[in-house]
Design a protein around this ligand. Structure first.
Ligand SMILES: [Zn+2]
Length: 175
């Protein structure tokens, strides 16, 4: 298993939007806004999650300064989309099949008739891909929201490719 396959994240209380997007690109990301800093760091230590936060105080905690908990400090002032791009490039995150954006569960493809009781009738007619979350049962389909997510996923893949191309040409220049 490569490191990227094991990577799991925990977003702090200020990064709920980012947590949903990391799930949308396939990364196991917890978001528990009601815990305090100590509990959050403990949770990361127990579950070996990389903590993501823009809160400088968190980074002074011993578990983090000692390297026991890996943490990624978000630059302040970034908008949500910029946060996502920043994390993807900083951690070189390949875009993977999405997880449930609501609860972080894994999605399984399902047949139309399995979700006909939850998906709105008109979406049932024109959507042709349906997924269900193993954990919370929420249904997803390739409607407008899914398409928007797909465009962001494609844009991130392009960014990563451009970044890799840049760093390999920089590597050659340094040789
Ligand atoms: Zn779910």
């Amino acid at each position: 298993m490569t490191e990227a396959e094991e990577l799991r994240f925990a977003c702090d209380a200020m990064c709920g939007g980012l947590a949903r997007w990391l799930r949308a690109i396939g990364y196991d990301t917890s978001f528990t806004p009601d815990v305090d800093d100590a509990e959050l760091v403990e949770h990361c230590a127990c579950e070996q999650r990389v903590l993501i936060s823009a809160d400088g105080r968190l980074f002074e905690r011993r578990a983090i300064t000692s390297g026991q908990v890996r943490a990624l400090r978000l630059p302040r002032g970034l908008r949500l989309r910029q946060q996502l791009e920043w994390v993807v490039l900083a951690m070189r995150l390949d875009v993977r099949p999405p997880r449930c954006t609501a609860c972080n569960g894994t999605l399984r493809p399902v047949r139309r008739d399995e979700v006909q009781h939850i998906v709105p009738a008109r979406s049932l007619v024109w959507a042709d891909e349906f997924y269900c979350c193993y954990s919370c049962g929420k249904a997803f389909w390739n409607g407008t929201h899914w398409m928007r997510m797909q465009r962001v996923r494609e844009r991130l893949t392009e960014l990563l490719q451009a970044d890799r191309a840049n760093s390999s040409s920089a590597g050659r220049a340094a040789d």
